[in-house]
Write a protein that binds this ligand. Structure first.
Ligand code: FAD
Length: 434
């Protein structure tokens, strides 16, 4: 029998350390709850650093959205069961502002328009709609919009980023776009180079000056310079401003293929700053078992490879992601939720998971599978009632959304985390008042 007498009881246990878990832990801590959080932050490394809200119409074959708020209004009409429709637009704004405000204090400034998506260059030379953009990438949105004479620079030996490919794709609509390849001056070692290695070097003033010196001869008529995302890990805003000063033109980063420096920046910011928000973090820990006791408290066994600690919480928020995050598991007999074995809304059988063509513009039914939740983001049982009144879920584990196709990853994570924490704190207040 587990001994729990001296175990501290948290108001909330957040399971998951992806974007949804981070947002939920942040919002809950700001509301004054005592919060514990477990999960692997390593997966944030795959993020591009761009915060999408809603960029492609759900259920369409790829129709872009310029105004995400209008897009969401349309979504309410066509797909009211989509999780983004369970949160009011002003709450989504508030959630995104809280998250970007937090990241600013951690040294990562975000920019964007109030009511429209920005258009940004991707590492393969396509254009992507997104809502919030790291300040180090922001000048790229203006350069693309105004078709400013622009130089894209790539680095000899740095894989996964080709100026020639970007210029080749965009030149027909952007005649004054040019590319150049440079060698990073302080790196004499032959062989492949890594963005992280270059970024860490740029923490020092000398290499920043040397980088500007090798770019300058290629500038010619360029009025803006695009680089792969390499401008440091911790003090990117300062490094970015200094490079602009040294070159005398706006400089912008372009996200590289994952795992990317922009993801490393987010991971490092969350790792360092979430504890300062009062969140008790157990990063690199998994929740091995979670049981809801008769007292309605959750008792969790957490640890790296095996259980090391017991935690107790009055509420639990599941932000365990999909197949990559391991919140959902695909089995021969169907898809299951991995921690509580909650019911998963899913296609009738495996043969309905995918359409015939992998790149079918309509997407695949399996991507809409996930947890059904009520308006308070509580997972539902087969009878359509909350499984537990104090269990919540947020992020990509939710059903009826396809965040990859609709370009809504961070928006979905933040909006649903905000909705869940509002419901939890509102519900608690209601219970207290009677
Ligand atoms: C390659 C890639 C590129 C992306 N690019 C963008 C982009 O350009 N713009 C954008 O807005 N979004 C982007 N995203 C999406 C975004 O970063 C999030 O992945 C997405 O919003 C889903 O977040 P999530 O928190 O729901 O799930 P996940 O990110 O999958 O996180 C799940 C978390 O749950 C944890 N977990 C699972 N089971 C347990 C357990 N038993 N115990 C403890 N922890 C557990 C995992 O360790 C992980 O921390 C990208 C994602 C990927 C993978």
């Amino acid at each position: 029998m587990m001994q729990l007498n001296n175990t501290h009881t948290y108001d909330l246990m957040v399971v998951g350390a992806g974007m949804a878990g981070m947002a939920a832990a942040l919002f809950a801590a700001r509301k004054g709850l005592s919060v514990a959080q477990a999960g692997l932050t390593g997966e944030t490394l795959y993020a591009s650093g761009l915060f999408d809200l809603y960029g492609v119409i759900h259920g369409s074959s790829g129709e872009f959205i310029d105004n995400p708020w209008q897009g969401l209004q349309g979504l309410r009409q066509t797909h009211p069961d989509h999780p983004l429709c369970k949160v009011a637009p002003e709450q989504i704004r508030e959630g995104l502002e809280t998250l970007t405000g937090f990241l600013k204090t951690a040294g990562l400034t975000y920019k964007g328009y109030a009511d429209r998506n920005a258009r940004l260059i991707t590492p393969v030379g396509t254009v992507k709609r997104t809502f919030r953009v790291p300040a180090t990438m922001w000048a790229g949105a203006a350069a693309l919009e105004e078709k400013t004479p622009c130089l894209i620079v790539d680095i000899q030996g740095l894989r996964g980023f080709s100026a020639a490919q970007i210029v080749g794709s965009l030149k027909p609509s952007w005649p004054q776009l040019r590319g150049a390849t440079i060698a990073v001056p302080w790196e004499e070692r032959l062989g492949p180079k890594y963005a992280e290695h270059i970024a860490r070097n740029l923490a020092a003033e000398g290499p920043r000056k040397e980088l500007a010196d090798v770019i300058r001869p290629h500038l010619k008529t360029a009025q803006a310079v695009g680089l792969p995302a390499i401008l440091g890990i911790y003090d990117t805003d300062t490094i970015h401003k200094e490079l602009e000063r040294l070159l005398g033109v706006p400089v912008f980063e372009i996200p590289t293929m994952p795992p990317a420096i922009s993801g490393t920046r987010l991971k490092e910011a969350f790792d360092a700053y979430m504890p300062q928000q009062g969140v008790k973090t157990f990063y690199h820990h998994r929740v091995h078992t979670a049981v809801r006791q008769e007292s309605s408290r959750f008792v969790l066994e957490i640890g790296r490879s095996e259980p090391e600690k017991t935690l107790v919480a009055n509420n639990l928020l599941l932000a365990t992601g999909r197949f990559l995050g391991k919140g959902l598991e695909a089995r021969r007999e169907g898809i299951r939720e991995s921690l509580f074995d909650l019911p998963v809304s899913q296609p009738e059988n495996r043969s309905c998971w995918h359409r015939k063509t992998f790149l079918d513009p309509q997407g695949h039914a399996i991507n809409l599978a996930g947890l059904e939740v009520d308006r308070s983001f509580r997972p539902l049982n087969e009878a359509g009632r909350p499984v537990f009144d104090n269990l919540y879920a947020a992020g990509s584990i939710l059903a009826h959304q396809d965040w990859i196709r609709t370009k809504s990853g961070t928006g979905l994570a933040v909006a649903t985390a905000y909705g869940a924490i509002e419901a939890l704190t509102g519900g608690q207040a209601e219970r207290k008042n009677g």
